[in-house]
Design a protein around this ligand. Structure first.
Ligand SMILES: Cc1ncc(COP(=O)(O)O)c(C=O)c1O
Length: 364
């Protein structure tokens, strides 16, 4: 008899990673290929993070600190919460995976918006949980009243990406608080704030307020976006220790590598780099939005570091034309919005060249 993995694993789709960017560039015969599809930081990492990495290069033969002690202490001081309120992961992707493994029994339910971040779905599937996907509102925001209604006695986890990926929309403080009031005690609400640092809206809630207030809320944040450390893979969960404890039990002992730990601690303190990132992004969003609207294209106003642009036809076609012109962007077909492109902000001259390429791609 042939070797078989767990039966339901065969119904899962493997993550389809794109080709390495350098290989793609060579295959297309381009001198430059700009990736605007992965919501990365065009400024790169903080110089202080790079310095910390160099200082620790001669320690890579040693296992990392399995408890991320120094980083959790730095986070603790930064947020004024005890160190045991923090759990670090190999990117927040790993946290999504680990919370599923720790919390979901077969038949439990996971509530999420649709479209939202696809990895929540994979974590439900892996653990044979039932997915309750609640469509976004007509203005592309989480429909929190409908999500509250989707909660049953079998619901274990609710994921709210705030801002949402792929739409870049946010939930406001008042509606989140009304939602949390309705959530029963057996449900853990995860506020995935991967793009927290980019948001500039007076009604945007800080998820840590609810952690501090003792709600059944865990907040995920990451060093991949505003801190520019996506390649090192490091994110963190913030929550009451008893909510993190099950995840501590299932995680691998050395899940976060040494260079990620020291770079993250250094990056956390480089507020000037985060501020530059934020300003560059805001200017980039304004520019891209205005330029698209001038071309008669609708965009969904975004609070993250990316923008959804409606191109009025199958966006995969436009995506291909943009690729030939040196820009890699995300087509919306993957998340059920086939006429949209998701584009993250680049450096100013990249944004300008992108708009030029988009104009050519649309009217080619
Ligand atoms: C909403 C959301 N959550 C989590 C992640 C994963 O981030 P990380 O790089 O920390 O794994 C992303 C990445 O794009 C995201 O958009």
């Amino acid at each position: 008899m042939a070797v078989r993995a767990r039966a339901h694993v065969y119904s899962m789709q493997p993550y389809r990673a794109g080709k390495p960017i350098e290989q793609l560039r060579q295959e297309l015969g381009l001198t430059e290929l700009v990736r605007l599809s992965s919501n990365e930081n065009p400024l790169g990492a903080s110089p202080r993070a790079k310095e910390a990495i160099l200082q620790h290069l001669d320690r890579v033969h040693l296992y990392p600190d399995g408890s991320c002690t120094l980083l959790r202490r730095a986070l603790s001081e930064f947020y004024n919460l005890p160190p045991d309120y923090f759990l670090c992961g190999n990117g927040s992707d790993e946290l999504i995976h680990l919370f599923g493994v720790a919390y979901l029994e077969p038949g439990d339910e996971l509530v999420m918006a649709h479209p939202s971040f696809v990895r929540y779905e994979a974590s439900a599937q892996l653990n044979q949980a039932v997915l309750r996907k609640v469509p976004l509102t007509p203005d592309w925001r989480h429909d929190l009243p409908a999500m509250a209604q989707a909660i049953t006695e079998r619901t274990k986890l609710v994921y709210i990406a705030n801002p949402n990926n792929p739409t870049g929309t946010i939930v406001y403080r008042a509606e989140l608080e009304a939602f949390l009031q309705r959530v029963p005690n057996h449900v853990l609400v995860v506020l995935d704030e991967a793009y927290f640092e980019y948001v500039d809206h007076p009604d945007y809630p800080d998820g840590l307020d609810y952690v501090r207030a003792g709600a059944n809320v865990v907040v995920f944040r990451t060093f991949s976006k505003a801190y520019g450390l996506a390649g090192l893979r490091i994110g963190y969960a913030v929550g009451r220790p008893e909510l993190l404890d099950p995840v501590e039990r299932v995680r691998a002992p050395f899940n976060v590598n040494t260079l990620a730990q020291v770079a993250a601690a250094a990056a956390l303190h480089d507020r000037a780099h985060v501020e530059r990132t934020r300003q560059l992004n805001r200017a980039g969003l304004n520019y891209l939005q205005a330029a698209c609207e001038q071309m008669g294209l609708r965009v969904i106003p975004s609070y993250a570091n990316f923008l959804l642009i409606e191109v009025g036809c199958q966006s995969t076609q436009i995506q291909q034309r943009l690729l030939q012109r040196g820009f890699l962007v995300h087509a919306g077909e993957a998340f059920g919005m086939p006429t949209f492109l998701r584009v993250n902000t680049g450096l100013p001259e990249q944004n300008e060249r992108f708009i030029q390429a988009l104009r050519e791609a649309l009217y080619a």
